[in-house]
Design a protein around this ligand. Structure first.
Ligand code: HEC
Length: 154
């Protein structure tokens, strides 16, 4: 058996994330308004973002060395933005790529190293309407998680 087809692998990863969330992440997640069948922001982060941005989100993931653009330190977003967490811009960056300096940078325009997650999550959620809803929720959970790990200005 080979894993030449990408779909089963992707589905396995997807189901794995859900299972882990139910078993491990959800009970520890105390934020209000969350249902236990959706991956937490922290879980989504560890599954999709930590390879580049690092498990602690400071930009030191294993992929960081092979990227031409260094992954941002995601614990310093508020500090770089002058104090307040720029929630709207962060949502836009996660959904469409880019960075805080030129947020919403579309692929093909300059160095768009940051993946476009809106589309990825849409596919993971099964595409169509359900995929769109899954994607919106995933981006919001990630935004909340990032907001919760911001460093205070020294
Ligand atoms: C393939 C590596 C890679 C992965 C995986 C990745 N990123 Fe990024 N990310 C980057 C790079 C590189 C930058 C800097 C991009 C730039 O400056 O154009 C960046 C920038 C960002 C920024 C902007 C930070 C700032 O201050 O400008 C945010 C927010 C962000 N990433 C969130 C995420 C989230 C959330 C995930 C997971 C869903 C994720 N990233 C996954 C590489 C990655």
């Amino acid at each position: 058996m080979t894993m030449s087809n990408r779909r089963p692998l992707r589905r396995a990863l997807f189901l794995g994330a859900w299972t882990l969330t139910v078993v491990v992440a959800a009970p520890a997640d105390a934020a209000p308004g969350k249902t236990i069948d959706f991956p937490s922001g922290q879980q989504l982060y560890q599954d999709h973002c930590a390879t580049c941005h690092g498990a602690d989100a400071t930009g030191n993931g294993p992929m960081a060395q092979v990227l031409k653009e260094p992954p941002a330190d995601l614990t310093g977003i508020s500090i770089r933005a002058g104090g307040a967490f720029p929630a709207g811009q962060v949502v836009e960056i996660i959904r469409y790529g880019g960075n805080l300096a030129g947020h919403g940078t579309m692929p093909g325009h300059g160095a768009a190293v940051m993946p476009v997650w809106g589309r990825v999550f849409s596919e993971e959620g099964g595409g169509g309407k359900g995929g769109g809803a899954f994607s919106r929720r995933a981006v919001i959970e990630l935004k909340r998680y990032l907001e919760s790990i911001q460093r205070k200005a020294p």
